[in-house]
Write a protein that binds this ligand. Structure first.
Ligand code: FE2
Length: 381
């Protein structure tokens, strides 16, 4: 058992003893990014990541100040939003952070109750419970602030049958390249500033009833140069998992610090998406132009003794640069993209769980050394 890991299991039917159930969450509803050019970002996520067109809002649907494209792949919905005017909150977000995640939307049964419970526990309101409707029914949404300028929106959609949300129309496009096998969001990681990790760990405990399931300290996650600390928060049914990272002192600049410097504050570092065929997904994404972190060849020399027997052929994993880690429940395959935006900020993780419920701690060192090689090229180490 790794240090700091409580003996709890994931699983949709198993409630953690420590998590409280005043905020039942059914899953991730959507993730909204504010981007400089939503039309072109949508093309990128369709082409490179295999998302399909789902819905659209903009001038043609009566929205005057922004354009949003909604993409879908299995249970994952991405919303890409660009402002149409020079001033306002979206522009402020873009100027400061570049393209990045604004909204982590959570699917709930009762958005008014979710708002009331969390604001009563100290959350700052972003959006009071609001009923939005069209001919397909109605949705109730509410929202609260979390780290940085990131927000959680609670989405109650049990009385809605439209494509996405009221105000959006179906987006029918002749261009929908095949999917790459991305299934659902496994976890989303927040980077926060020096000394702020425990503040946000406490926020997820106190305000949202999450339980802390894993801790890594700087002794677990450090290389010669970089260090970070991380705690993983989970809701009661394990469907929503938010690791929170903060930088730790190393000899040179931590990759978390680099993120904070370029994002100009706390924000979402990576979105981990699950697949059930890692080799197929990674090779399809690579073929479509996605850049992954380079894994040193010597990583595979000690792999077998580190993880034991696995179903996959190590030569094939090596060919695709796929990482493996094991915990006491099983193992996982994972790989990280390079940043998908111009700043060294947001990236994606592709993960396939084969029993393991942890986050690849055994890969951190190999991974960080790979990130440091990238930082060195950027001159930010
Ligand atoms: Fe991750």
């Amino acid at each position: 058992m790794e240090k700091g890991i409580k003996n709890v299991r994931y699983g949709t039917d198993k409630i953690f003893n420590e998590a409280e159930d005043f905020l039942p969450l059914l899953g991730t509803d959507y993730v909204e990014l504010y981007v400089g050019n939503a039309k072109q970002s949508a093309h990128f996520y369709k082409t490179a990541f295999g998302f399909r067109s789902l819905a659209y809002a903009g001038l043609e649907t009566g929205v005057k100040d922004r354009t949003s494209y909604v993409l879908e792949q299995d249970k994952i919905r991405l919303v890409l939003t660009t402002p149409l005017c020079p001033d306002g909150a979206i522009n402020g977000h873009l100027n400061r952070h570049g393209d990045g995640v604004k909204v982590i939307a959570l699917w709930v049964d009762d958005a008014a109750k979710a708002w009331a419970e969390t604001t009563a526990r100290g959350a700052e309101s972003f959006m009071e419970p609001t009923r939005e409707e069209d001919s397909h029914g109605y949705v109730i949404r509410s929202g609260i602030h979390t780290y940085g300028e990131t927000v959680h929106i609670f989405v109650e959609r049990k009385n809605y049958g439209g494509a996405f949300l009221p105000g959006f129309r179906p987006w029918n496009s002749h261009y929908n390249p095949g999917e790459v096998g991305l299934k659902y969001i496994d976890h989303m990681v927040g980077n926060v500033g020096w000394g702020e990790m425990n503040t946000w760990v406490d926020f997820y405990k106190r305000v949202m009833g999450f339980a802390q399931i894993v801790t890594f300290d700087d002794k677990d996650i450090s290389t010669d140069y970089t260090a970070l600390m991380s705690k993983v928060m989970s809701n009661g049914n394990g469907r929503i998992k938010f690791p929170i990272n903060e930088p730790a002192e190393g000899k040179r600049k931590s990759q978390i610090e680099e993120y904070i410097d370029f994002y100009h504050g706390s924000g979402v570092q990576h979105i981990a998406v699950a697949t059930d065929d890692m080799v197929k997904t990674v090779s399809a994404m690579r073929d479509r132009g996605v850049e992954f972190l380079y894994v040193p060849d010597n990583y595979y020399e000690t792999l077998k003794e580190r993880v034991g027997e696995i179903d996959e052929d190590i030569a094939v994993l090596r060919q695709h640069g796929i990482l493996v880690d094991r915990d006491d429940e099983g193992y996982l395959l994972q790989l990280f993209t390079k940043p998908v935006v111009d700043r060294p900020t947001l990236f994606f993780e592709i993960i396939q769980r084969k029993g393991a419920w942890s986050f690849g701690k055994g890969n951190f060192k190999a991974l960080f050394e790979a990130i440091e090689r990238e930082q060195e090229v950027r001159g930010t180490l």
